[in-house]
Design a protein around this ligand. Structure first.
Ligand code: CLF
Ligand code: SF4
Length: 417
């Protein structure tokens, strides 16, 4: 893309340009539920519609729904210039969903600017693909450079099928963040580095982080206050004071341009930064709910019955549909997840299989082991065990979804009374 197009995109990007934020709108598409790290300031389970902070959303969409919602919002908000994927988990931990969403949107709108936000763990792996997709604005949250500080900020990371804690985990994350930022900036992507300021943990270290961001070629840094999320490890920490935050921003401004108009948006935020309209654009039953479709991977020996263990499957039947009908859209050939005790140790292969299914919402299978189930959940794929025919199994999945939604609705009613 020629440079003047990039500067035009940036001029109209409400987060990258202070002048743009009063005029131009962005929408976040919450297609990325899974996360591969645990920051001590985050609790993504807590869904409060009045709350505004990253990681929170009132709904999770699949790529097709995201495309529908984009078209809907675009028809209502003329000044929409940016579509971003910012969770509620990590955009890259849900890569196939993120990618499919951008591809679908590009097919219906060749001009809209793409943006994504990530913790950076998988940036070295996906930087090239990000560039190829035409994403020219990427935010990486990089809170520190020192693994000792990182160990206080991150409970664990989940990388290539293994969970790491403490300084070892932090070191992998911090290394990948820096390498990933470099790969992006070298390819001409404008990187914004977000830094969460946690008093007593990384506040004194932040000027070094800003300097490093500059060396890596970042465009701007955005030092953000800690908002203590209920249920998170930092829930009792004090919220960062604006005076301290602004003093730090002023200090760091000497080295690097500072963003000062961030609203710490929800993962489903829509509209001008200062005027969130996400509630106005919640999925309406009459427009979307009936059309809500699911993608379900099924394990079957011959295609009629759900009669194969997840670990033994070499082919997954991929169905897409809703209550009205399901259609077999693909037979996906993959290696066996588990073929015997020795091969069961092949973590990379297991991870590849999970990644290859990451565009699916559910797995319908005869049996699945605890570890495999957890690993799929990390990718946002729920597994359900079943043992009759495929058709009734697909409906069984829908029944379970409806039951869960009813339960959630009852809980909300109970809480309000
Ligand atoms: Fe979204 Fe982030 Fe893109 Fe903006 S938000 S992915 S860069 S389009 Fe903006 Fe929201 Fe602050 Fe993020 S105000 S939290 S900086
Ligand atoms: Fe939460 Fe984002 Fe951290 Fe994941 S990377 S734990 S979603 S704040």
């Amino acid at each position: 893309m020629p440079c003047h197009d990039l500067s035009e995109e940036t001029r109209k990007h409400p987060c990258y340009s202070f002048e743009a934020h009063h005029q131009y709108a962005r929408m976040h598409l919450p297609v990325a539920p899974a996360c591969n790290i645990q920051c001590n300031y985050c609790n993504r389970k807590f869904d409060c519609v009045n709350e505004s902070r990253p990681g929170v959303t009132s709904e999770v969409l699949n790529p097709k729904e995201a495309e529908q919602k984009f078209s809907w919002v675009k028809s209502k908000i003329d000044q929409l210039t940016v579509v971003g994927i910012a969770g509620p988990g990590d955009a890259l931990a849900n890569w196939s969903k993120t990618k499919e969403t951008f591809e679908r949107i590009r097919a219906v709108d060749p001009k809209i600017t793409f943006c994504l936000s990530t913790n950076g763990l998988l940036l070295p792996k996906y930087a090239q693909e990000i560039v190829r997709l035409g994403v020219h604005h990427v935010t990486v949250t990089m809170n520190c450079l020192d693994p000792q500080i990182g160990a206080k900020l991150y409970r664990h990371i989940y990388y290539e099928g293994v969970s790491y804690q403490g300084e070892i985990g932090a070191k992998i994350l911090l290394t990948n963040q820096q390498l990933g930022i470099k790969l992006l900036t070298q390819a001409g992507v404008l990187v914004k580095v977000n830094i969460v300021m946690v008093k007593g943990i990384n506040d004194k270290h932040i000027p070094e982080v800003v300097k490093r961001a500059k060396e890596l070629g970042a465009f701007i840094t955005n030092i953000m206050p800690l908002i203590p999320a209920p249920g998170s490890a930092f829930e009792d920490f004090p919220q960062t004071s604006m005076d301290e935050l602004n003093a730090l921003r002023d200090f760091c401004q000497i080295d690097m341009q500072q963003m000062r108009h961030c609203q710490q948006c929800r993962a489903d935020a829509i509209g001008l930064l200062q005027e969130d309209r996400s509630q106005e654009f919640r999925f309406k039953p009459e427009t979307f709910q009936q059309e809500k479709t699911y993608r379900i991977a099924v394990t079957s020996k011959e295609g009629k019955l759900v009669n194969l263990h997840f670990g033994q499957a070499t082919e997954f039947l991929i169905y897409e549909g809703n209550r009205k009908s399901f259609r077999l859209i693909q037979r996906r050939k993959l290696a066996k997840y588990c073929t015997g005790s020795s091969e069961c140790e092949d973590e990379a292969q297991k991870e590849d299989i999970v990644q290859a299914l990451s565009d699916c919402d559910f797995l319908l299978t005869l049996r699945i082991g605890y570890q495999a189930k957890k690993r799929l959940e990390h990718q946002g794929i729920r597994s359900m065990e079943y043992c009759y025919d495929v058709e009734s199994g697909l409906n069984y999945v829908l029944d379970q979804i409806e039951k869960k939604e009813e339960l959630r609705a009852c809980k909300k009613l109970g809480g309000a009374s």
